[in-house]
Ligand binder design. Structure first.
Ligand code: SF4
Length: 678
């Protein structure tokens, strides 16, 4: 049997394992015991990450829509059709009538190449990826505060913290190897504060569990900061030596007494005071957050408050501290790093900066590059629905299930003149495409992923792709060639990484021969640099850390008489995102087979709903069928649904309202009603 060391394709923790293959077929997984990220462990998704690879549903040939049906086609015909139709749109409607959606599941090299194809070949900055749906508010909020939108510390810092605030992160289910590390830290004496109104597993081990109202994080964090300042618990030396903007923050939180914060959050004042004292009282305080913070119409404000709390207490630039957003997908950090964002080239170099444009244009051998930032993905969907966008190229994403307001997503995709989807399965989105290009999955190609702690790690080919499927990087290069551009002839992904390193200061020292055995954490500016486990040691990336006050704004759609419950959405331990891979993995599918909705017993009694009843959940945007689970996991007035299940799609219900600054949708709060299905 052959063993191939690679990286898990699911969450952003970035566990590494050996894919075990026999005669060209994957038969199992063995975790790496030396990798500092997973140290011999894997969660159930990682253990089963080989099982979907040979599934009979894999796409094996390009498909072209003809007379309403998708029919098999040759690569030559498919590539010619894609380039011809996109060029036609470009000529008739302008370059910005096309949107490129890159993928947090694809490698760094593939994200970089799609970014290069969009900007260098099709002359548009309309390139984005699903970070828009999960952590775009982090990128905006932390870049503003610190100069870098990434996790400030390393996963191993969990072991060094003496107080950990987990807010808006169900870590044991979404990032299981980090969740279990937090549990171990708590059992070893670290104090744990969990702010999440679901009774998640971490909450059962917490010193304090704050079940604040959905969408009231700003009030909670402002209330905590008020107490810290009022009780003289702030780190004055850190504030004076390393930050700016403190007077404005102090003035802003002056009115946020524990009583006022309690009135908004639904907590008792004593809980807010206790949380503030506990967090500020630690020597090494760590903040861990995820989509419960970011996916709000005020997501950037939530992030700002996390950054301010860390600076206020001097908890940055040291082991065991920091502001640590847990990135969702395996390579969502890399997708951002590689410039699959409408306003940045790789390494967060701005497209509006003439010197940067000239640098990339020179390297790529093109006369000029577009100057204005492109459309964020969520705004592009709006533009498509309104007929302002004609073409879309989607690589490895499934907006039909992952975008808010499914009817809106369908309307947007069906309004397009031309839709291309590059995928490994015929997803709900691929089924709407005019051309489907079959891609190779993570086990069938070379490249790198960057995990949530900025660790760039090697992905290796263990088996051949099925049929005529090809790695995404090869497909992108073939499209460029077909479009008449000769600047994408690479022998392999290693050569692509050499180009990335030459243009991207934070990846300047990244090269494949440096990534064994356990990768390198960026910034790694030059060859020989050891990488950077902790950011902002002596100074912030932007110089001084910046406090930016944030005032409380309620969620956009509060419950009312017609829709009296709050719906919040998330993931489960056994499934991943839209389920394209995990629902084709027998052992995972067996554990969680269908859509469900968690309902508090008091609400269930009032609605005459019993455990396992079939129910209908409706919002202003749609209605879905699900199985009721009566549980104290949720508080009265709130219901929870996972969004993995196409046949009970939570995102048929969610609200497409966006945060003004980051364009992230408010997945975490919308108003619904629940009734027993007839
Ligand atoms: Fe994969 Fe994340 Fe599980 Fe690790 S914790 S095995 S990266 S899904």
């Amino acid at each position: 049997m052959k063993r191939t060391l690679t990286v898990c394709p699911y969450c952003g923790v970035g566990c590494t394992f050996y894919l075990v293959s026999d005669a060209g077929r994957l038969v199992g997984v063995e975790p790496s015991v030396t990798n500092p990220v997973n140290r011999g462990g894997l969660c159930v998704k990682g253990w089963n990450a080989f099982a979907f690879v040979h599934h009979p549903d894999r796409l094996t040939t390009p498909l072209i829509r003809q007379n309403g049906e998708l029919r098999p086609a040759s690569w030559d015909e498919a590539l010619g059709t894609v380039v011809g139709r996109l060029r036609s749109i470009q000529e008739r409607h302008g370059a910005d009538a096309i949107m490129f959606a890159s993928s947090a599941k694809a490698t760094n090299e593939e994200n970089y190449l799609l970014m290069k194809l969009a900007r260098g070949v099709f002359a548009t900055n309309n390139i984005d990826h699903c970070a828009r749906l999960c952590h775009s508010s982090t990128v905006v909020g932390l870049a503003e505060a610190f100069g870098s939108g990434a996790m400030t510390n390393s996963i191993s810092c969990v072991d060094r913290a003496d107080v950990i605030l987990v807010i808006g992160s169900n870590s044991t289910e979404q990032h299981p190897l980090i969740g279990s590390r937090i549990l171990t830290a708590a059992r070893s004496g670290a104090r744990l504060i969990v702010a999440d109104n679901r009774r998640i597993r971490l909450a059962r081990h917490a010193d304090l569990h704050l079940r604040h109202k959905n969408g009231s994080d700003v009030a909670l964090l402002n209330g905590m900061m008020h107490v810290i300042i009022a009780e003289g618990l702030a780190d004055r030396a850190f504030i004076e030596g390393r930050t700016e903007g403190y007077p404005a923050l102090a003035e802003s939180v002056a009115g946020w007494t524990a009583e006022r914060a309690a009135a908004v959050t639904g907590l008792a004042p004593a809980e807010i005071i206790a949380a503030a004292r506990l967090f500020a009282g630690g020597e090494r305080g760590m903040i861990v957050y995820s989509m419960g913070i970011t996916q709000h119409s005020h997501g950037v404000d939530n992030v700002r408050c996390c950054a301010s709390l860390a600076m206020l207490t001097g908890n940055l630039g040291r082991p065991g501290t920091g502001v640590n957003p847990l990135r969702g997908q395996n390579n969502v950090q890399g997708g951002c790093d590689m410039g699959a964002l409408p306003e940045f080239y790789s390494g967060y170099q701005k497209v509006t900066d003439q010197a940067q444009r000239e640098k990339f244009a020179r390297s790529w051998g093109v006369a000029s590059l577009p100057e204005s930032p492109g459309l964020p993905l969520t705004r592009a969907m709006d533009a498509a629905a309104e007929g302002r966008l004609a073409g879309m190229f989607i690589m490895g994403e499934n907006p039909m299930l992952s975008d808010p307001d499914q009817a809106h997503a369908r309307r947007a995709l069906e309004s397009l003149e031309f839709l291309v989807v590059q995928e490994i399965f015929l997803s709900e989105t691929a089924a709407l495409a005019d051309v489907v290009l079959p891609g190779a999955c993570y086990a069938e190609k070379e490249g790198t992923f960057t995990n949530t702690e900025r660790r760039v790690q090697r992905v290796r080919k263990a088996v051949a792709p099925p049929g005529e499927a090809r790695p995404d990087w090869e497909i992108i290069c073939a499209l460029a060639e077909r479009a008449g551009y000769a600047g994408m002839r690479y022998p392999d992904p290693e050569a692509v990484m050499a180009e990335i390193a030459s243009l991207t200061p934070i990846y300047g020292g990244i090269a494949y021969d440096r990534l064994d055995p356990h990768g390198v954490q960026w910034p790694c500016p030059e060859p020989g640099h050891p990488g950077t486990p902790i950011l902002h040691l002596e100074r912030f990336t932007r110089g001084l850390g910046r406090f930016t006050p944030a005032d409380y704004r309620p969620p956009a759609e509060p419950p009312d008489a017609e829709f009296p419950l709050v719906l919040t959405t998330g993931r489960t331990y056994f499934h991943w995102h839209t389920g394209t891979m995990t629902r084709r993995t027998h052992l995972l599918d067996r554990e969680e087979r269908r859509a469900f909705v968690e309902i508090n017993p008091a609400d269930a009694a009032r609605l005459d709903i019993r455990d396992r009843d079939e129910v209908l959940v409706s919002s202003r945007r749609g209605e879905v069928r699900a199985q009721a689970r009566i549980t104290e996991m949720v508080v009265s007035g709130v219901v929870f649904m996972p969004f993995h299940f196409a046949e009970g799609a939570a995102n048929a219900l969610t609200n497409n309202v966006l945060d003004d600054e980051s364009s992230i949708p408010e997945f975490k709060v919308c108003a619904v009603r629940v009734r027993r299905a007839p």
